[in-house]
Design a protein around this ligand. Structure first.
Ligand code: AMP
Length: 143
Protein backbone atom coordinates (compact mmCIF):
# COMPACT_ATOMS: atom_id res chain seq x y z
CA UNK A 1 0.00 0.00 0.00
CA UNK A 2 1.18 3.53 -0.69
CA UNK A 3 -0.09 7.07 -0.24
CA UNK A 4 -2.02 6.97 -3.54
CA UNK A 5 -4.01 3.89 -2.41
CA UNK A 6 -4.73 5.39 1.03
CA UNK A 7 -6.04 8.57 -0.64
CA UNK A 8 -8.11 6.52 -3.11
CA UNK A 9 -9.84 4.88 -0.13
CA UNK A 10 -10.31 7.93 2.09
CA UNK A 11 -10.64 10.67 -0.54
CA UNK A 12 -8.34 13.57 -1.17
CA UNK A 13 -10.38 16.49 0.06
CA UNK A 14 -8.18 18.61 2.31
CA UNK A 15 -9.39 21.06 4.87
CA UNK A 16 -7.19 24.17 5.03
CA UNK A 17 -7.38 27.45 6.91
CA UNK A 18 -5.90 30.82 5.94
CA UNK A 19 -2.99 32.23 7.97
CA UNK A 20 -5.25 35.07 9.13
CA UNK A 21 -7.66 32.68 10.91
CA UNK A 22 -7.58 33.11 14.67
CA UNK A 23 -6.56 30.32 17.01
CA UNK A 24 -10.19 30.34 18.28
CA UNK A 25 -11.39 29.70 14.67
CA UNK A 26 -8.96 26.77 14.44
CA UNK A 27 -10.10 25.33 17.78
CA UNK A 28 -13.73 25.47 16.57
CA UNK A 29 -12.84 23.72 13.28
CA UNK A 30 -10.76 21.00 14.98
CA UNK A 31 -13.72 20.29 17.26
CA UNK A 32 -16.41 20.43 14.53
CA UNK A 33 -14.48 18.21 12.10
CA UNK A 34 -13.09 15.88 14.80
CA UNK A 35 -9.53 16.25 13.49
CA UNK A 36 -6.16 16.91 15.13
CA UNK A 37 -4.48 19.31 12.75
CA UNK A 38 -5.12 21.73 9.89
CA UNK A 39 -2.88 22.70 7.00
CA UNK A 40 -2.51 26.47 6.67
CA UNK A 41 -2.77 27.74 3.11
CA UNK A 42 -3.98 30.91 1.41
CA UNK A 43 -5.08 29.17 -1.79
CA UNK A 44 -5.75 25.54 -0.81
CA UNK A 45 -2.74 24.34 -2.84
CA UNK A 46 0.40 25.95 -1.38
CA UNK A 47 1.33 24.82 2.13
CA UNK A 48 2.35 27.73 4.40
CA UNK A 49 2.29 25.79 7.66
CA UNK A 50 0.51 23.23 9.80
CA UNK A 51 -1.10 23.65 13.18
CA UNK A 52 -1.97 20.75 15.45
CA UNK A 53 -3.80 20.51 18.76
CA UNK A 54 -0.37 20.21 20.40
CA UNK A 55 0.64 23.71 19.22
CA UNK A 56 -2.53 25.15 20.72
CA UNK A 57 -2.15 23.29 24.03
CA UNK A 58 1.50 24.43 24.26
CA UNK A 59 0.66 28.08 23.60
CA UNK A 60 -2.31 28.00 25.99
CA UNK A 61 0.01 26.65 28.71
CA UNK A 62 2.68 29.28 27.92
CA UNK A 63 0.56 32.37 27.27
CA UNK A 64 -2.95 31.64 28.59
CA UNK A 65 -6.25 32.28 26.82
CA UNK A 66 -4.99 35.46 25.08
CA UNK A 67 -3.56 33.10 22.46
CA UNK A 68 -7.11 32.45 21.20
CA UNK A 69 -7.31 35.86 19.52
CA UNK A 70 -3.93 35.57 17.78
CA UNK A 71 -3.55 34.68 14.11
CA UNK A 72 -2.79 31.03 13.49
CA UNK A 73 0.32 32.14 11.57
CA UNK A 74 1.82 33.04 15.00
CA UNK A 75 1.49 29.50 16.36
CA UNK A 76 1.77 27.22 13.29
CA UNK A 77 4.83 25.17 12.35
CA UNK A 78 6.30 26.68 9.18
CA UNK A 79 8.85 24.04 8.27
CA UNK A 80 6.34 21.42 7.07
CA UNK A 81 7.39 17.83 6.40
CA UNK A 82 5.38 16.44 3.47
CA UNK A 83 5.05 13.15 1.60
CA UNK A 84 4.43 12.14 -2.01
CA UNK A 85 1.74 9.96 -3.59
CA UNK A 86 4.29 7.23 -4.33
CA UNK A 87 5.59 6.92 -0.74
CA UNK A 88 5.00 3.55 0.93
CA UNK A 89 3.29 3.01 4.27
CA UNK A 90 6.71 2.05 5.67
CA UNK A 91 8.10 5.42 4.49
CA UNK A 92 5.25 7.20 6.31
CA UNK A 93 5.81 5.21 9.53
CA UNK A 94 9.56 5.99 9.44
CA UNK A 95 8.99 9.72 8.90
CA UNK A 96 6.28 10.02 11.56
CA UNK A 97 8.39 8.11 14.09
CA UNK A 98 11.67 9.91 13.34
CA UNK A 99 10.09 13.40 13.33
CA UNK A 100 7.52 12.70 16.08
CA UNK A 101 4.62 14.02 14.00
CA UNK A 102 1.21 12.50 13.34
CA UNK A 103 0.18 14.30 10.15
CA UNK A 104 1.77 14.46 6.70
CA UNK A 105 0.37 16.70 3.95
CA UNK A 106 0.62 15.04 0.53
CA UNK A 107 2.15 17.11 -2.28
CA UNK A 108 1.68 16.16 -5.92
CA UNK A 109 3.23 18.30 -8.67
CA UNK A 110 3.69 21.13 -6.20
CA UNK A 111 0.10 21.15 -4.97
CA UNK A 112 -1.48 19.97 -1.73
CA UNK A 113 -3.64 16.94 -2.58
CA UNK A 114 -4.32 15.18 0.73
CA UNK A 115 -3.32 14.65 4.34
CA UNK A 116 -2.29 11.33 5.88
CA UNK A 117 -2.74 10.99 9.63
CA UNK A 118 -1.19 8.39 11.92
CA UNK A 119 -4.71 6.91 12.18
CA UNK A 120 -4.76 6.29 8.40
CA UNK A 121 -1.35 4.59 8.65
CA UNK A 122 -2.44 2.32 11.53
CA UNK A 123 -5.69 1.41 9.70
CA UNK A 124 -3.73 0.53 6.57
CA UNK A 125 -1.17 -1.60 8.48
CA UNK A 126 -4.00 -3.46 10.30
CA UNK A 127 -5.63 -4.30 6.95
CA UNK A 128 -2.29 -5.51 5.58
CA UNK A 129 -1.64 -7.70 8.65
CA UNK A 130 -5.18 -9.12 8.46
CA UNK A 131 -4.83 -9.94 4.78
CA UNK A 132 -1.41 -11.59 5.37
CA UNK A 133 -2.93 -13.70 8.18
CA UNK A 134 -5.86 -14.74 5.92
CA UNK A 135 -3.46 -15.73 3.13
CA UNK A 136 -1.44 -17.79 5.64
CA UNK A 137 -4.62 -19.49 7.00
CA UNK A 138 -5.73 -20.34 3.47
CA UNK A 139 -2.27 -21.69 2.63
CA UNK A 140 -2.29 -23.94 5.71
CA UNK A 141 -5.91 -25.10 5.11
CA UNK A 142 -5.31 -26.02 1.50
CA UNK A 143 -1.82 -27.34 2.42
P1 AMP B 1 1.17 16.20 15.66
O1 AMP B 1 1.89 15.08 16.34
O2 AMP B 1 1.03 15.97 14.19
O3 AMP B 1 -0.13 16.57 16.31
O4 AMP B 1 2.10 17.51 15.78
C1 AMP B 1 3.11 17.67 16.74
C2 AMP B 1 3.94 18.89 16.38
O5 AMP B 1 4.52 18.70 15.09
C3 AMP B 1 3.17 20.21 16.28
O6 AMP B 1 4.04 21.26 16.66
C4 AMP B 1 2.84 20.33 14.79
O7 AMP B 1 2.70 21.67 14.34
C5 AMP B 1 4.05 19.69 14.18
N1 AMP B 1 3.72 19.00 12.94
C6 AMP B 1 2.68 18.18 12.69
N2 AMP B 1 2.72 17.71 11.45
C7 AMP B 1 3.81 18.24 10.88
C8 AMP B 1 4.41 18.16 9.59
N3 AMP B 1 3.90 17.41 8.63
N4 AMP B 1 5.54 18.87 9.37
C9 AMP B 1 6.10 19.63 10.34
N5 AMP B 1 5.59 19.75 11.57
C10 AMP B 1 4.46 19.06 11.84
Amino acid sequence: MNVASILAAKGNSVLTAPPTATVADIVATLQERNIGSIVISDDGARVLGIVSERDIVRDLALHGSSVLTRHVSDVMTRNVVTCSVGDSVNDLMSTMTAKRIRHLPVIDRGRLCGVISIGDVVKCRLEEVESEANAMRQYIATG
